[in-house]
Design a protein around this ligand. Sequence first.
Ligand SMILES: [Cu+2]
Length: 316
Amino acid sequence: MKSELFRSVAVAGGLATSLWLSSAAITAANAKTVKVELTAKETMVTIDNEGHKAIGWTFDGQIPGPVVRATEGDTIEFTLTNDAANKNSHSIDFHAARADVLTSFAPIKPGETKKFTFTADNPGAFFYHCGADPMIQHIARGMIGAIIIDPKDPNAMPKADREYVLVEHQTFENPEDVKGMMANNWKHDVFNATPFQYDPVHDVNATQTLEAKPGERVRIYLINAGPNEFSGFHPIAGIWDKVYPSGNPKNVMSGMQNYTVAPGDGATFDIVPPNEGAYALVNHSMRAALSGAIAVLMISNKADPSMGHGEKILPR
Ligand SMILES: [Cu+2]
């Protein structure tokens, strides 16, 4: 009896040690250095489905900026350039980083470049933005984006068949009017810069929807860029199978009708539509939804296989 107990403890101990060793080996072998370069650009951007343009403040000339993606444990070597043609100082604030707000996140002038490094210690769906003064204006004018840190354990979450990134934010009629921004006089609440970009029902000029096939697990990374409003994210005609607050697989909720994402926060939402049809993904605050924050998720056996993969996790 005694020796049997000793043997089972020894086996369990041996197993634990070998598991620990192999996971450490995998981590060391897989952790990589990811070089990320972004350029702050004050440039013309499209603001609606009809193609009207206005001057935006952007990362790399697009709103939202490019999706930055790495794996938990990776080292991010980051370079920010403030285009010499710009008129304003700009900065970066990665919510996935532990860094120094006074140096790494500090603004730089037009023509300057800065570099810093951080390790992606936490998996999740994180916000990045410019933090230059007045921050409300730099966010409202478009210096916003998503940084996704995938868990190092590929089995930490169920495998997604398609993924979409929605950066939600409020837009203002006059981007020079900081007082109006502080008074919260926003005009549209939008996903990825354009009102009803993925909703031909509410805007006949919309040319696309988010697409998937019945039975597929669709993963939505929702980043709430604000600058001011909370988002109660709900799939009309559906239920979130899983919600991962901050996108961390250790935070998991099931069967959710709605989950609130605060300004500056992000979350990962999984939905598994059983049949053909359509869902409307909305910020259920009606002023937000009816001014632009509706995205149609079209479920069809003929879904475009390229949608929700590669570049088309953020369809433009
Ligand atoms: Cu800026």
